[in-house]
Design a protein around this ligand. Structure first.
Ligand SMILES: Cc1cc2nc3c(=O)[nH]c(=O)nc-3n(C[C@H](O)[C@H](O)[C@H](O)COP(=O)(O)OP(=O)(O)OC[C@H]3O[C@@H](n4cnc5c(N)ncnc54)[C@H](O)[C@@H]3O)c2cc1C
Length: 471
């Protein structure tokens, strides 16, 4: 008798993981606490319930990283994508689903599977020692008893309860004829170079106008249950700091000290916005201290008034909401196991990915890894050039900690092309030999990244060695 893999949490990640394990002939016990016990966001007892929007976002596999992730998941026999496709509702280029039909299809497939035993119970502490292979996929609203138990293993500071997200900008969209690289006081810091930050200078009138726009910008309100979640005081939204007084930001995240603008060395900036490198590839930069409750459209409008960011492209926008997630790059090994207790593997949003589809994709990988382990087969990681591999690399090691270690430094993220290794050669000409510029050039680059991803995924599935030169 093969011992079962225990999966805790039947949301997007846990449901996908259960499917992947069971389809390899291995028994699964799926423990889901609903409907007996629920969360502040779930409304039903269905597995894979969508708690908010009914969209899996763009289905464009050529020029959109989430669409590429869809395509890869279909290729990897994802239950979530199969049920999504079967319950699609019209939504232009997006894959949107009938939420009840979708959750019912996932629930029916799992309950009918001969290798899956669905148990409706909360796991209110560390899983029993007899469970030698466990996937914890309890999501951003993990029940408090289990969150406490996990925190006892990881340490107080390594499990966040609030997601205080600052916007992340694609480096290539930052104007370095205005902004410049420098760390405050040229400090090297652990693992730093002395020039790890990108600095955007504001003069006094620009600063005053910026503060005014922040204060009057359109904001999203807190849910009642978010407002009462602990750890909120430590991560004030930027617009709340601005409301405390016109000069407060200059003494906080926008302080101009220890910096000299090489473009105008004789002029001291009145205030400075700093961006810190966010991934090892150096393609993404994080606006330091800029967590915000401004609406997304407002963030783009307001942050593009900052000198140097006038054409900024955002890999993700800021936010602040209840979200339980691990400091995964530090705590998890490359196959998603807790280093301190490798019988426990994590999947879904609790690992620091963001979004329904990303959570399911990490569940898919966790399921495949657990199944291979149980069968004694070698585990090969998806290539980092694929959407699955890029996401996994972000969670298990792609993020860099420079000056602000800890879970606040690692922020959950949707899949985006900034997480992919750059192409060795970027297309410069179109099909007719014309020189590509602007959006046409960006689209051609995305197409090339997607084509490389799908080709590498096929090689991974076939177990063939990767030919990195074949881009
Ligand atoms: C309020 C809110 C709105 C969101 N809106 C969106 C959105 O619109 N679009 C989007 O793409 N993403 C959204 N997200 C983010 C994220 O994509 C979803 O939360 C997604 O469902 C995460 O998948 P998951 O499998 O990790 O967790 P979940 O889907 O939440 O699944 C976790 C499951 O674990 C169960 N559980 C928890 N603790 C225990 C326990 N101790 N024992 C047994 N079972 C347990 C829960 O009941 C739940 O079924 C939202 C998140 C939140 C909190």
């Amino acid at each position: 008798m093969t011992k079962p893999v225990h999966i805790i949490g039947g949301g997007l990640a846990g449901s996908e993981a259960a499917w992947q394990v069971a389809c390899r002939g291995i028994p699964v016990v799926l423990h889901e606490m609903r409907p007996q016990r629920t969360t502040a966001a779930h409304k039903t007892g269905a597995l894979a319930e969508l708690v908010c929007s009914n969209s899996f976002r763009s289905d464009d596999a050529e020029t959109n990283a989430i669409g590429l992730l869809h395509a890869e998941m279909r290729r990897l026999d994802s239950l979530v994508l199969r049920a999504g496709d079967a319950n699609q509702v019209p939504a232009g280029g997006a894959l949107a689903v009938d939420r009840e039909g979708f959750a019912a299809a996932v629930t029916a497939a799992l309950e009918a599977h001969p290798h899956i035993d669905v148990r409706r119970e909360e796991i209110a502490g560390l899983p029993p020692e007899a469970w030698d292979s466990v996937i914890i996929a309890t999501g951003p609203l993990t029940s408090p008893a289990l969150a406490d138990a996990v925190r006892s293993l990881t340490g107080e500071t390594e499990l966040a309860f609030f997601d205080a997200i600052a916007p992340i900008v694609h480096r290539e969209s930052i104007d370095l004829s205005v902004a410049w690289f420098q760390s405050r006081y040229d400090k090297m810091g652990p693992g730093g170079t002395g020039a790890d930050y990108i600095n955007c200078p504001l003069d006094a009138p620009q600063y005053a106008a910026f503060v005014q726009t922040l204060v009057s910008g359109d904001k999203i309100a807190f849910h009642e249950w978010e407002a009462s979640t602990p750890y909120f005081d430590g991560c004030l939204p930027i617009e709340v700091i601005a409301e405390r007084g016109p000069e407060t930001l200059r003494y906080g995240p926008m302080k101009p000290v220890g910096l000299t603008n090489p473009h105008r060395p004789d002029e001291k900036p009145y205030a400075v916005v700093q961006l810190r490198q966010d991934n090892k590839l150096g393609t993404l930069f994080n606006m330091v201290g800029f967590q915000t409750k401004l609406k997304h459209g407002e963030q783009v409008r307001i942050f593009r008034t900052i000198p140097g960011l006038q054409r900024a492209e955002f890999a993700r926008l800021g936010g602040l909401h209840r979200n339980t997630f691990l400091n995964a790059p530090k705590l998890l090994d490359p196959i998603l196991r807790l280093k301190a207790m490798p019988r426990l593997r994590f999947a879904g949003q609790i690992t620091g990915c963001e979004g329904y589809v990303e959570s399911a994709a990490v569940g898919l990988l966790a399921g495949r890894f657990a199944a291979a382990e149980r069968l004694g087969e070698p585990i090969t990681l998806p290539p980092p050039t694929t959407a699955h591999g890029a996401l996994l690399a972000h969670i298990t090691g792609g993020h860099v900690e420079i000056m602000e270690p800890g879970p606040r430094s690692f922020q959950p993220m949707n899949v985006n092309f900034g997480l992919f290794p750059p192409l060795s050669s970027v297309p410069t000409r179109g099909a007719a030999g014309e020189r590509l510029r602007g959006t046409a050039k960006t689209a051609a680059k995305k197409r090339a990244l997607s084509a490389r991803a799908l080709a590498d995924l096929e090689r991974w599935i076939a177990g063939a060695p990767l030919d990195v030169a074949a881009e």
